[in-house]
Design a protein around this ligand. Structure first.
Ligand code: GLU
Length: 472
């Protein structure tokens, strides 16, 4: 039986957790959990200039939110700095790396017109000792090919002649990504490197370093397909910083379960093609070999559809519980919030939203003294609607007297519509706008029941007054 895998994600705290990074984390996690392996989190904080330590917490909390628990401690690459330096020294001592003092301008000045960019190997035979201003370069073999064993991409081959002698220690002594990344993977006995496609071109370099450092069997690679937008452009933190951050979706009221389910399908699907899967089903069914290599469309509309599905599957009390944080930041006075009133409307609201942040605007008319008025809706349904005054007045009269339950309220509105020779669906529009301020919302009769007689009658009076003032 093969040894249980050890995998890792290695985010750099130079940006927040984005959906691509979360998908990579999820695939690593699913792979490890199915095979009872180990899922490691290593924060690659070696690039001191570009690091933003405050982002580490956000990355951790995003992973926790998605339920991607990691094993062992949280590793920081900078803690392994002595091993990076020792590895560099070993490569130098063995003649597999050399010091170089060329600046970019030096290299450029030596180039003949039309020569490709990249380092020309000028210092490779100068045998320079270490010294200020000198970087350490890895000596790439001139001939041969480097083959990367990749589960998703087949086994791509990279001719060594296309790879320049690359820097592994900067002139200030700091290790570069390739070196630190490989040394850590070796030290952590990583068996599978599952990461984004953008790292594929780095892989021949890391793979050469692995061999040069005597790392033994190479890890197996899996480079996951890019996520793209509707125009098939690679998702970009630069172009769309909000739209690619996991935190944005969390704040808008996407459920972690829906997000995780949706992310799982960006490059993989279960054999029978079904889409809504529990996390346990994903763990059982996920196969790295089945990950495809074509770009995956990150479709926010589809994610929203998933989210709506997940919201509807919640029990009502769970729904009420998960929506609480959004209710607490809503525009009403906290004292005006009545949990019982919300509980009565909650099952109806739950049917109609795709994100939790849509909930407060659907029910705010209950808890505000005055509803927030959508003026365009008011104008259409009340100011420019000839039958509005009669309908509002008839409802006002009926509702002042009616028994207070949804069925009796409906009977009042029906009778009012009948008396005007109108269909109920059309006739109720001014009533909805007068009471809730908006043209859409939860079912009207139940909403009126929860709003209560006093506010209902008061708002109908106010609407009639405004309509009269507006004339027409
Ligand atoms: N630190 C790299 C990044 O943030 C990850 C490298 C890897 O997974 O090997 O993209």
């Amino acid at each position: 039986m093969p040894a249980a895998p050890r995998v890792r994600i290695a985010p750099s705290p130079t940006g927040y957790l984005h959906v691509g990074g979360a998908r990579t984390a999820l695939y690593n996690w699913l792979f490890a959990r199915r095979l009872h392996g180990t899922f490691i989190l290593r924060i690659e904080d070696t690039d001191r200039e570009r690091n933003r330590p405050e982002l580490v917490d956000e990355i951790l909390s995003g992973l926790e939110w998605l339920g991607l628990d990691w094993d062992e401690k949280t590793y920081f690459q900078s803690d392994n700095a002595p091993a990076h330096q020792a590895a560099a020294q070993r490569l130098y001592d063995a003649g597999k790396a050399y010091y170089c003092e060329c600046t970019g301008a030096d290299v450029q000045a030596r180039k003949k017109p039309g020569e490709p960019p990249g380092y020309d190997g000028y210092c490779s035979r100068r045998d320079l000792p270490p010294g200020p201003g000198r970087a350490l370069r890895f000596r790439v073999p001139e001939d041969g090919v480097t083959v990367v064993h990749d589960i998703v991409r087949g086994d791509p081959e990279f001719p060594n002649s296309t790879i320049d002698d690359f820097v592994i220690l900067k002139s200030d002594g700091q290790p570069l990504f390739y070196l630190a990344n490989v040394v850590d993977d070796m030290d952590m006995r990583i068996s599978h490197v599952i990461r984004g496609e953008e790292h594929l071109p780095n892989t021949p370099k890391t793979s050469m370093l692995w061999d040069a450092l005597g790392g033994g069997a190479q890890p197996i690679y899996a480079h996951l397909p890019d996520l793209v937008d509707a125009k098939r452009r690679k998702l970009s933190k630069r172009r769309d910083p909000e739209g690619v951050a996991v935190e944005t979706y969390r704040r808008q009221g996407y459920l972690a379960e829906a997000m995780r389910n949706y992310l799982a399908l960006l490059g993989w699907s279960p054999v029978d093609g079904r889409e809504i899967l529990t996390v346990d089903e994903m763990v059982v069914e996920f196969r790295l070999e089945k990950v495809n290599n074509s770009p995956a469309f990150f479709d926010v509309a589809k994610l929203s559809h998933f989210n709506g599905e997940y919201i509807r599957r919640l029990g009502t009390s769970k729904f009420i519980q998960v929506v609480q944080p959004w209710m607490e930041t809503a525009p009403w006075e906290p004292d005006n919030y009545d949990p019982d009133a919300f509980a009565r409307l909650a099952p109806l609201v739950q049917e109609r939203v795709t994100t939790l942040s849509e909930v407060p605007p659907m029910v705010d008319f209950i808890f505000l003294d005055e509803p927030i008025v959508d003026e365009a809706a008011w104008d259409k349904a009340i100011t420019r609607n000839e039958s509005a005054p009669a309908m509002l007045a008839a409802c006002r009269a009926g509702l002042a007297e009616a028994a207070w339950d949804a069925a009796s309220i409906r009977a009042v509105l029906e009778a009012a519509a009948d008396s005007l020779g109108l269909k109920l669906a059309r006739a109720q529009a001014p009533v909805r706008v007068a009471l809730t301020g908006r043209s859409v919302g939860p079912p009207l009769f139940e909403s009126i029941e929860v709003l209560g007689r006093d506010k209902t009658v008061g708002r109908l009076d106010e609407a009639l007054r405004r309509r009269e003032q507006a004339g027409a």
